[in-house]
Write a protein that binds this ligand. Structure first.
Ligand code: NAD
Length: 461
Protein backbone atom coordinates (compact mmCIF):
# COMPACT_ATOMS: atom_id res chain seq x y z
CA UNK A 1 0.00 0.00 0.00
CA UNK A 2 1.38 3.35 -0.99
CA UNK A 3 1.77 5.81 1.81
CA UNK A 4 2.40 9.49 1.36
CA UNK A 5 2.56 11.03 -2.08
CA UNK A 6 6.23 11.79 -2.33
CA UNK A 7 8.16 13.05 -5.32
CA UNK A 8 9.53 9.94 -7.06
CA UNK A 9 11.80 11.80 -9.44
CA UNK A 10 13.32 15.18 -8.74
CA UNK A 11 10.66 16.85 -10.84
CA UNK A 12 7.46 14.82 -10.42
CA UNK A 13 4.88 14.53 -7.66
CA UNK A 14 2.82 11.37 -8.01
CA UNK A 15 -0.68 11.11 -6.62
CA UNK A 16 -1.96 7.69 -5.55
CA UNK A 17 -5.43 6.32 -4.86
CA UNK A 18 -5.55 5.70 -1.08
CA UNK A 19 -7.98 2.78 -1.57
CA UNK A 20 -5.90 0.81 -4.06
CA UNK A 21 -2.41 2.28 -4.07
CA UNK A 22 -2.72 2.83 -7.83
CA UNK A 23 -1.22 5.88 -9.49
CA UNK A 24 -3.91 8.46 -10.31
CA UNK A 25 -1.66 11.00 -12.00
CA UNK A 26 1.28 13.32 -11.47
CA UNK A 27 2.22 16.97 -11.62
CA UNK A 28 5.57 18.68 -12.02
CA UNK A 29 7.19 19.72 -8.75
CA UNK A 30 8.16 23.38 -8.46
CA UNK A 31 11.77 23.36 -7.25
CA UNK A 32 11.86 25.23 -3.94
CA UNK A 33 14.52 27.57 -5.32
CA UNK A 34 12.10 28.68 -8.05
CA UNK A 35 9.33 29.73 -5.69
CA UNK A 36 10.76 33.27 -5.46
CA UNK A 37 10.42 33.64 -9.24
CA UNK A 38 6.77 32.59 -9.02
CA UNK A 39 6.19 35.19 -6.29
CA UNK A 40 7.89 37.83 -8.45
CA UNK A 41 5.41 37.06 -11.26
CA UNK A 42 2.53 37.44 -8.77
CA UNK A 43 3.94 40.81 -7.68
CA UNK A 44 4.34 42.00 -11.26
CA UNK A 45 0.67 41.17 -11.89
CA UNK A 46 -0.51 43.19 -8.87
CA UNK A 47 -0.78 46.78 -10.21
CA UNK A 48 -3.10 45.88 -13.09
CA UNK A 49 -5.16 43.57 -10.86
CA UNK A 50 -5.53 46.21 -8.15
CA UNK A 51 -6.45 48.84 -10.74
CA UNK A 52 -9.68 46.92 -11.40
CA UNK A 53 -12.67 47.45 -9.14
CA UNK A 54 -13.61 44.62 -6.78
CA UNK A 55 -16.78 44.08 -8.82
CA UNK A 56 -14.77 43.81 -12.04
CA UNK A 57 -12.58 41.19 -10.39
CA UNK A 58 -15.67 39.39 -9.11
CA UNK A 59 -17.32 39.38 -12.53
CA UNK A 60 -14.21 37.87 -14.08
CA UNK A 61 -14.53 34.80 -11.84
CA UNK A 62 -18.23 34.12 -12.48
CA UNK A 63 -17.78 32.05 -15.66
CA UNK A 64 -15.27 29.89 -13.79
CA UNK A 65 -18.12 28.88 -11.48
CA UNK A 66 -20.17 27.74 -14.47
CA UNK A 67 -17.18 25.83 -15.85
CA UNK A 68 -16.66 24.06 -12.53
CA UNK A 69 -20.29 22.90 -12.59
CA UNK A 70 -19.95 21.77 -16.22
CA UNK A 71 -16.85 19.73 -15.41
CA UNK A 72 -17.95 18.55 -11.96
CA UNK A 73 -18.24 14.86 -12.94
CA UNK A 74 -14.75 14.75 -14.40
CA UNK A 75 -13.14 16.79 -11.63
CA UNK A 76 -15.07 15.09 -8.84
CA UNK A 77 -13.75 11.76 -10.06
CA UNK A 78 -10.16 13.01 -9.92
CA UNK A 79 -10.79 14.41 -6.44
CA UNK A 80 -12.28 11.16 -5.14
CA UNK A 81 -9.64 8.96 -6.74
CA UNK A 82 -6.78 10.84 -5.12
CA UNK A 83 -8.42 11.72 -1.79
CA UNK A 84 -10.62 8.65 -1.27
CA UNK A 85 -14.05 10.13 -0.46
CA UNK A 86 -17.11 8.60 -2.18
CA UNK A 87 -17.58 9.77 -5.76
CA UNK A 88 -20.87 11.53 -4.99
CA UNK A 89 -19.08 13.62 -2.36
CA UNK A 90 -16.18 14.41 -4.69
CA UNK A 91 -18.58 15.58 -7.39
CA UNK A 92 -20.63 17.43 -4.76
CA UNK A 93 -17.56 19.28 -3.50
CA UNK A 94 -16.68 20.55 -6.99
CA UNK A 95 -20.31 21.39 -7.80
CA UNK A 96 -20.59 23.28 -4.50
CA UNK A 97 -17.56 25.45 -5.36
CA UNK A 98 -19.04 26.22 -8.77
CA UNK A 99 -22.62 26.83 -7.77
CA UNK A 100 -21.76 29.24 -4.97
CA UNK A 101 -19.25 31.20 -7.04
CA UNK A 102 -21.55 34.00 -8.25
CA UNK A 103 -22.93 34.79 -4.80
CA UNK A 104 -19.54 34.49 -3.13
CA UNK A 105 -17.69 36.83 -5.45
CA UNK A 106 -20.48 39.41 -5.20
CA UNK A 107 -20.41 39.09 -1.41
CA UNK A 108 -16.65 39.75 -1.36
CA UNK A 109 -16.95 42.69 -3.73
CA UNK A 110 -19.62 44.23 -1.49
CA UNK A 111 -17.71 43.52 1.73
CA UNK A 112 -14.62 45.41 0.56
CA UNK A 113 -16.46 48.59 -0.43
CA UNK A 114 -15.29 51.59 1.63
CA UNK A 115 -17.13 52.62 4.79
CA UNK A 116 -17.65 56.29 5.58
CA UNK A 117 -17.61 57.91 9.03
CA UNK A 118 -18.50 61.55 9.51
CA UNK A 119 -18.15 64.04 12.36
CA UNK A 120 -18.57 67.76 12.23
CA UNK A 121 -15.96 68.99 9.75
CA UNK A 122 -14.28 65.63 9.09
CA UNK A 123 -15.10 62.73 6.85
CA UNK A 124 -13.14 59.50 7.12
CA UNK A 125 -13.21 56.90 4.39
CA UNK A 126 -12.25 53.38 5.43
CA UNK A 127 -10.74 51.62 2.42
CA UNK A 128 -10.32 47.84 2.28
CA UNK A 129 -7.39 47.22 -0.06
CA UNK A 130 -5.87 43.85 -0.94
CA UNK A 131 -2.60 43.27 0.94
CA UNK A 132 -0.64 42.33 -2.16
CA UNK A 133 0.67 38.82 -2.81
CA UNK A 134 -1.17 36.16 -0.84
CA UNK A 135 0.32 32.72 -0.21
CA UNK A 136 -2.51 30.18 0.06
CA UNK A 137 -1.47 26.87 1.64
CA UNK A 138 -4.12 24.18 1.87
CA UNK A 139 -4.72 20.63 3.19
CA UNK A 140 -6.05 17.45 1.54
CA UNK A 141 -9.35 16.78 3.34
CA UNK A 142 -11.49 19.06 1.13
CA UNK A 143 -8.98 19.46 -1.66
CA UNK A 144 -11.17 21.64 -3.90
CA UNK A 145 -13.14 23.53 -1.25
CA UNK A 146 -10.16 24.58 0.88
CA UNK A 147 -8.31 26.25 -2.03
CA UNK A 148 -11.63 27.75 -3.17
CA UNK A 149 -12.41 29.23 0.27
CA UNK A 150 -9.05 30.98 0.28
CA UNK A 151 -8.40 31.90 -3.32
CA UNK A 152 -11.77 33.46 -4.15
CA UNK A 153 -11.87 36.11 -1.38
CA UNK A 154 -8.14 36.77 -1.72
CA UNK A 155 -8.47 37.49 -5.45
CA UNK A 156 -11.65 39.56 -5.35
CA UNK A 157 -10.26 41.62 -2.45
CA UNK A 158 -7.38 42.59 -4.74
CA UNK A 159 -4.55 40.21 -3.97
CA UNK A 160 -2.67 38.04 -6.40
CA UNK A 161 -2.34 34.47 -5.17
CA UNK A 162 0.19 31.67 -5.16
CA UNK A 163 -1.41 28.38 -4.08
CA UNK A 164 0.55 25.51 -2.50
CA UNK A 165 -1.94 22.65 -2.25
CA UNK A 166 -1.38 19.50 -0.23
CA UNK A 167 1.07 17.04 -1.68
CA UNK A 168 -1.62 14.38 -1.08
CA UNK A 169 -4.09 15.97 -3.50
CA UNK A 170 -2.19 17.95 -6.15
CA UNK A 171 -4.29 16.86 -9.14
CA UNK A 172 -7.64 18.37 -8.19
CA UNK A 173 -5.98 21.60 -7.05
CA UNK A 174 -4.19 21.80 -10.38
CA UNK A 175 -7.45 21.33 -12.30
CA UNK A 176 -9.23 23.93 -10.15
CA UNK A 177 -6.51 26.52 -10.80
CA UNK A 178 -6.50 25.77 -14.53
CA UNK A 179 -10.22 26.50 -14.72
CA UNK A 180 -9.95 29.82 -12.87
CA UNK A 181 -7.00 30.76 -15.04
CA UNK A 182 -9.12 30.45 -18.18
CA UNK A 183 -10.73 33.70 -17.04
CA UNK A 184 -7.96 35.52 -15.13
CA UNK A 185 -5.07 37.69 -16.35
CA UNK A 186 -1.68 35.98 -16.37
CA UNK A 187 0.22 35.86 -13.09
CA UNK A 188 -2.80 36.66 -10.90
CA UNK A 189 -3.23 33.03 -9.75
CA UNK A 190 -0.38 30.52 -9.80
CA UNK A 191 0.24 27.14 -8.23
CA UNK A 192 3.40 25.58 -6.84
CA UNK A 193 3.58 21.86 -6.19
CA UNK A 194 5.68 19.96 -3.71
CA UNK A 195 5.84 19.10 -0.03
CA UNK A 196 6.37 21.36 2.95
CA UNK A 197 9.67 22.68 1.48
CA UNK A 198 7.67 24.50 -1.17
CA UNK A 199 5.29 25.77 1.53
CA UNK A 200 8.24 26.99 3.59
CA UNK A 201 9.80 28.72 0.57
CA UNK A 202 6.49 30.46 -0.08
CA UNK A 203 6.17 31.64 3.52
CA UNK A 204 9.78 32.86 3.53
CA UNK A 205 9.39 34.63 0.18
CA UNK A 206 8.26 38.15 -0.67
CA UNK A 207 4.58 37.60 0.14
CA UNK A 208 2.38 40.05 2.06
CA UNK A 209 -0.02 37.60 3.63
CA UNK A 210 -0.34 33.90 4.28
CA UNK A 211 -3.73 32.22 4.36
CA UNK A 212 -3.08 28.76 5.74
CA UNK A 213 -5.44 25.86 6.46
CA UNK A 214 -3.88 22.78 8.01
CA UNK A 215 -2.45 21.34 11.19
CA UNK A 216 -1.66 23.22 14.38
CA UNK A 217 2.01 22.23 14.14
CA UNK A 218 2.45 23.60 10.62
CA UNK A 219 0.51 26.72 11.69
CA UNK A 220 2.94 27.30 14.55
CA UNK A 221 5.91 26.98 12.16
CA UNK A 222 4.30 29.38 9.71
CA UNK A 223 3.55 31.95 12.40
CA UNK A 224 7.18 31.86 13.56
CA UNK A 225 8.48 32.07 10.00
CA UNK A 226 6.16 35.00 9.23
CA UNK A 227 7.22 36.96 12.33
CA UNK A 228 10.38 38.67 11.01
CA UNK A 229 8.42 40.16 8.10
CA UNK A 230 5.27 40.72 10.22
CA UNK A 231 3.38 39.09 7.36
CA UNK A 232 -0.37 39.08 7.76
CA UNK A 233 -1.82 35.72 8.71
CA UNK A 234 -5.01 33.75 8.58
CA UNK A 235 -4.44 30.37 10.22
CA UNK A 236 -7.28 27.82 10.18
CA UNK A 237 -5.99 24.87 12.20
CA UNK A 238 -6.99 21.57 13.76
CA UNK A 239 -9.44 20.87 16.53
CA UNK A 240 -10.95 18.40 18.97
CA UNK A 241 -14.62 19.39 18.73
CA UNK A 242 -16.98 18.36 21.54
CA UNK A 243 -20.65 17.44 21.25
CA UNK A 244 -22.64 17.66 24.51
CA UNK A 245 -25.89 15.72 24.90
CA UNK A 246 -28.02 16.64 27.94
CA UNK A 247 -31.43 15.72 29.34
CA UNK A 248 -34.20 17.18 27.22
CA UNK A 249 -32.26 16.66 23.98
CA UNK A 250 -34.00 15.31 20.91
CA UNK A 251 -31.96 12.10 20.97
CA UNK A 252 -32.81 11.19 17.39
CA UNK A 253 -31.34 14.46 16.19
CA UNK A 254 -28.39 14.37 18.56
CA UNK A 255 -27.42 10.81 17.60
CA UNK A 256 -27.92 11.53 13.90
CA UNK A 257 -25.64 14.55 14.16
CA UNK A 258 -23.03 12.76 16.29
CA UNK A 259 -22.81 9.84 13.85
CA UNK A 260 -22.70 11.97 10.70
CA UNK A 261 -20.22 14.37 12.16
CA UNK A 262 -17.95 11.66 13.56
CA UNK A 263 -17.80 9.55 10.41
CA UNK A 264 -18.27 11.67 7.28
CA UNK A 265 -15.16 11.95 5.15
CA UNK A 266 -13.85 9.12 7.36
CA UNK A 267 -13.63 11.59 10.27
CA UNK A 268 -11.14 13.69 8.30
CA UNK A 269 -12.96 16.97 8.84
CA UNK A 270 -11.62 19.88 10.90
CA UNK A 271 -14.99 20.20 12.66
CA UNK A 272 -15.56 16.47 13.13
CA UNK A 273 -17.12 15.52 16.45
CA UNK A 274 -14.11 14.10 18.28
CA UNK A 275 -15.57 13.96 21.81
CA UNK A 276 -19.13 13.23 22.96
CA UNK A 277 -20.16 14.12 26.53
CA UNK A 278 -23.51 12.58 27.39
CA UNK A 279 -25.47 12.95 30.64
CA UNK A 280 -25.67 9.66 32.56
CA UNK A 281 -29.50 9.71 32.84
CA UNK A 282 -29.98 9.55 29.04
CA UNK A 283 -26.82 7.77 28.06
CA UNK A 284 -28.22 4.32 27.29
CA UNK A 285 -31.00 5.71 25.12
CA UNK A 286 -28.52 7.94 23.26
CA UNK A 287 -26.03 5.13 22.73
CA UNK A 288 -28.73 2.82 21.29
CA UNK A 289 -29.63 5.48 18.75
CA UNK A 290 -25.99 6.26 17.96
CA UNK A 291 -25.35 2.58 17.21
CA UNK A 292 -28.40 2.47 14.92
CA UNK A 293 -27.17 5.56 13.05
CA UNK A 294 -23.66 4.17 12.80
CA UNK A 295 -24.90 1.03 11.04
CA UNK A 296 -25.70 3.21 8.02
CA UNK A 297 -22.01 3.87 7.38
CA UNK A 298 -20.06 1.47 5.17
CA UNK A 299 -16.41 1.78 4.25
CA UNK A 300 -15.21 1.13 0.73
CA UNK A 301 -13.49 2.36 -2.39
CA UNK A 302 -14.69 5.75 -3.65
CA UNK A 303 -16.23 4.11 -6.71
CA UNK A 304 -18.20 1.57 -4.67
CA UNK A 305 -21.73 2.98 -4.67
CA UNK A 306 -22.66 1.09 -1.52
CA UNK A 307 -19.91 2.74 0.50
CA UNK A 308 -20.41 6.14 2.11
CA UNK A 309 -17.00 6.34 3.80
CA UNK A 310 -13.70 6.05 1.96
CA UNK A 311 -10.27 5.16 3.30
CA UNK A 312 -7.98 7.26 5.43
CA UNK A 313 -5.96 9.45 3.09
CA UNK A 314 -2.69 7.68 3.92
CA UNK A 315 -1.20 4.83 5.91
CA UNK A 316 0.36 7.16 8.50
CA UNK A 317 -3.06 8.67 9.24
CA UNK A 318 -4.54 5.21 9.79
CA UNK A 319 -1.66 4.24 12.10
CA UNK A 320 -2.22 7.40 14.14
CA UNK A 321 -5.94 6.62 14.58
CA UNK A 322 -5.37 2.96 15.50
CA UNK A 323 -2.64 3.91 17.99
CA UNK A 324 -5.05 6.29 19.75
CA UNK A 325 -7.76 3.60 19.90
CA UNK A 326 -5.29 1.07 21.32
CA UNK A 327 -4.05 3.58 23.91
CA UNK A 328 -7.65 4.24 25.01
CA UNK A 329 -8.44 0.51 25.21
CA UNK A 330 -5.33 -0.11 27.29
CA UNK A 331 -6.58 2.55 29.75
CA UNK A 332 -10.06 1.05 30.08
CA UNK A 333 -12.12 2.27 27.11
CA UNK A 334 -14.63 -0.22 25.69
CA UNK A 335 -15.61 -0.74 22.06
CA UNK A 336 -19.39 -0.52 21.66
CA UNK A 337 -19.42 -0.86 17.89
CA UNK A 338 -16.91 -1.57 15.10
CA UNK A 339 -13.23 -1.63 15.93
CA UNK A 340 -12.47 -4.55 13.59
CA UNK A 341 -9.24 -4.55 11.61
CA UNK A 342 -9.41 -3.75 7.90
CA UNK A 343 -6.88 -4.07 5.09
CA UNK A 344 -5.22 -1.15 3.40
CA UNK A 345 -6.01 2.34 4.57
CA UNK A 346 -9.56 1.53 5.72
CA UNK A 347 -10.81 2.09 9.27
CA UNK A 348 -14.40 1.20 10.07
CA UNK A 349 -16.74 3.51 12.02
CA UNK A 350 -16.12 2.75 15.66
CA UNK A 351 -17.81 3.79 18.90
CA UNK A 352 -15.73 3.87 22.08
CA UNK A 353 -17.14 4.29 25.58
CA UNK A 354 -15.67 5.10 28.96
CA UNK A 355 -13.27 7.75 27.76
CA UNK A 356 -11.32 10.04 30.05
CA UNK A 357 -8.94 12.90 29.50
CA UNK A 358 -5.89 10.86 30.42
CA UNK A 359 -6.34 9.10 27.07
CA UNK A 360 -4.65 10.72 24.06
CA UNK A 361 -7.79 10.25 21.95
CA UNK A 362 -9.56 12.85 24.13
CA UNK A 363 -6.89 15.52 23.84
CA UNK A 364 -4.98 15.14 20.54
CA UNK A 365 -6.75 15.54 17.18
CA UNK A 366 -7.72 12.09 15.82
CA UNK A 367 -8.98 12.86 12.30
CA UNK A 368 -10.53 9.42 11.98
CA UNK A 369 -13.97 7.72 12.17
CA UNK A 370 -14.09 7.18 15.91
CA UNK A 371 -16.99 8.35 18.11
CA UNK A 372 -15.66 8.79 21.65
CA UNK A 373 -18.18 8.80 24.51
CA UNK A 374 -17.61 10.10 28.03
CA UNK A 375 -20.37 10.15 30.66
CA UNK A 376 -21.08 13.32 32.66
CA UNK A 377 -23.40 13.94 35.60
CA UNK A 378 -24.64 17.40 34.57
CA UNK A 379 -24.20 20.43 32.31
CA UNK A 380 -21.45 21.96 34.46
CA UNK A 381 -19.27 18.88 34.19
CA UNK A 382 -19.95 18.69 30.45
CA UNK A 383 -18.86 22.32 29.97
CA UNK A 384 -15.73 21.87 32.07
CA UNK A 385 -14.66 18.80 30.08
CA UNK A 386 -15.64 20.24 26.69
CA UNK A 387 -13.49 23.30 27.40
CA UNK A 388 -10.59 21.19 28.69
CA UNK A 389 -8.76 21.41 25.37
CA UNK A 390 -6.19 23.63 23.72
CA UNK A 391 -8.39 23.77 20.62
CA UNK A 392 -11.58 25.68 19.86
CA UNK A 393 -12.93 25.39 16.35
CA UNK A 394 -16.46 24.03 16.71
CA UNK A 395 -18.70 22.75 19.50
CA UNK A 396 -22.28 21.53 19.61
CA UNK A 397 -24.78 21.08 22.42
CA UNK A 398 -28.12 19.24 22.42
CA UNK A 399 -30.50 19.62 25.36
CA UNK A 400 -33.52 21.47 26.73
CA UNK A 401 -33.45 24.71 24.81
CA UNK A 402 -32.93 27.27 27.60
CA UNK A 403 -30.17 25.28 29.25
CA UNK A 404 -28.58 24.36 25.90
CA UNK A 405 -28.41 28.06 24.93
CA UNK A 406 -26.76 28.87 28.26
CA UNK A 407 -24.26 26.05 27.78
CA UNK A 408 -23.60 27.24 24.22
CA UNK A 409 -22.41 30.61 25.56
CA UNK A 410 -20.06 28.90 28.01
CA UNK A 411 -18.20 26.94 25.34
CA UNK A 412 -14.84 28.34 24.26
CA UNK A 413 -15.04 27.36 20.58
CA UNK A 414 -15.26 29.84 17.70
CA UNK A 415 -18.39 28.26 16.20
CA UNK A 416 -21.10 26.78 18.41
CA UNK A 417 -24.30 24.97 17.41
CA UNK A 418 -27.19 24.78 19.89
CA UNK A 419 -29.60 21.95 19.08
CA UNK A 420 -28.22 22.01 15.55
CA UNK A 421 -24.94 21.66 13.70
CA UNK A 422 -22.44 24.49 13.98
CA UNK A 423 -22.93 25.74 10.43
CA UNK A 424 -23.98 29.38 10.66
CA UNK A 425 -26.43 31.52 8.71
CA UNK A 426 -25.10 32.75 5.39
CA UNK A 427 -22.54 35.47 5.93
CA UNK A 428 -21.19 33.88 9.13
CA UNK A 429 -17.41 33.66 9.24
CA UNK A 430 -15.50 30.39 9.65
CA UNK A 431 -13.60 31.02 12.84
CA UNK A 432 -11.44 29.07 15.25
CA UNK A 433 -10.67 30.11 18.81
CA UNK A 434 -7.61 29.29 20.93
CA UNK A 435 -5.13 27.02 19.09
CA UNK A 436 -7.59 26.29 16.31
CA UNK A 437 -6.63 29.45 14.53
CA UNK A 438 -5.85 33.09 14.17
CA UNK A 439 -7.97 35.31 11.99
CA UNK A 440 -10.86 33.83 10.02
CA UNK A 441 -12.42 33.74 6.60
CA UNK A 442 -15.83 33.68 4.89
CA UNK A 443 -18.71 36.09 5.26
CA UNK A 444 -18.26 39.86 4.98
CA UNK A 445 -16.11 39.99 8.14
CA UNK A 446 -13.92 37.15 6.90
CA UNK A 447 -13.45 38.69 3.45
CA UNK A 448 -12.03 41.82 5.05
CA UNK A 449 -9.27 39.72 6.59
CA UNK A 450 -7.68 39.65 3.14
CA UNK A 451 -7.46 43.45 3.17
CA UNK A 452 -5.31 46.23 4.59
CA UNK A 453 -7.61 48.77 6.19
CA UNK A 454 -6.67 52.37 5.34
CA UNK A 455 -8.40 55.38 6.86
CA UNK A 456 -8.30 58.57 4.80
CA UNK A 457 -9.75 61.67 6.50
CA UNK A 458 -10.66 64.91 4.78
CA UNK A 459 -12.04 68.30 5.86
CA UNK A 460 -15.70 68.74 5.09
CA UNK A 461 -17.80 71.90 5.20
P1 NAD B 1 -0.63 19.93 7.23
O1 NAD B 1 -0.45 21.05 8.18
O2 NAD B 1 0.25 18.76 7.35
O3 NAD B 1 -0.44 20.45 5.72
C1 NAD B 1 -1.20 21.49 5.17
C2 NAD B 1 -0.41 22.17 4.07
O4 NAD B 1 0.70 22.86 4.65
C3 NAD B 1 0.18 21.23 3.03
O5 NAD B 1 0.06 21.85 1.77
C4 NAD B 1 1.63 21.11 3.48
O6 NAD B 1 2.51 20.78 2.42
C5 NAD B 1 1.92 22.50 4.01
N1 NAD B 1 2.95 22.61 5.05
C6 NAD B 1 3.25 21.71 6.03
N2 NAD B 1 4.20 22.22 6.85
C7 NAD B 1 4.48 23.48 6.40
C8 NAD B 1 5.37 24.52 6.84
N3 NAD B 1 6.15 24.38 7.91
N4 NAD B 1 5.38 25.67 6.13
C9 NAD B 1 4.58 25.83 5.05
N5 NAD B 1 3.74 24.88 4.59
C10 NAD B 1 3.68 23.72 5.25
O7 NAD B 1 -2.17 19.52 7.31
P2 NAD B 1 -2.91 18.33 6.55
O8 NAD B 1 -2.50 17.02 7.12
O9 NAD B 1 -2.80 18.55 5.07
O10 NAD B 1 -4.44 18.65 6.93
C11 NAD B 1 -5.07 18.19 8.08
C12 NAD B 1 -5.14 19.30 9.13
O11 NAD B 1 -5.81 20.43 8.58
C13 NAD B 1 -5.95 18.89 10.35
O12 NAD B 1 -5.29 19.32 11.51
C14 NAD B 1 -7.26 19.65 10.17
O13 NAD B 1 -7.95 19.90 11.36
C15 NAD B 1 -6.78 20.90 9.52
N6 NAD B 1 -7.87 21.60 8.83
C16 NAD B 1 -8.37 22.74 9.40
C17 NAD B 1 -9.44 23.41 8.78
C18 NAD B 1 -10.03 24.65 9.40
O14 NAD B 1 -10.84 25.31 8.75
N7 NAD B 1 -9.69 25.03 10.61
C19 NAD B 1 -9.97 22.91 7.59
C20 NAD B 1 -9.43 21.75 7.04
C21 NAD B 1 -8.38 21.10 7.68
Amino acid sequence: MTTMNTPTAADTLNSYNPSTGELVGSVPVTPANQVDAVIATARAALPAWQALSAQERADMLKPAGEKLIEKADELGRILSLEQGKPLAEGVGEVTGCGSRMNDEVDEVAKAVQPDILEDEGVKSTLYYDGYGVCAAITPWNFPALMPHWTIVPALVAGNTVVLKPSEQTPLIADEYVKILNEYLPEGVLQIVHGEDDQGKALVAGDVDMIAFTGSKTAGQHIMAAAAPGLKRLILELGSKDPCIVLEGADLEQAAGFAARNSFRNCGQVCVSTERIYVQDSIKDAFVDKLIEETKQFKVGDCLNEEANIGPMVMKEQKEHVIAQVEDAKSKGAKILFGGNPHDGNFVEPTILDGLTHDMEIMTVETFGPIACIATVKDADEAVALANDTEYGLGAVVYGEDTLARKVGRQLTAGMVGVNRSLGGASGSPWVGARKSGIGYHSGPLGHRQFCQLRVVSTNEE
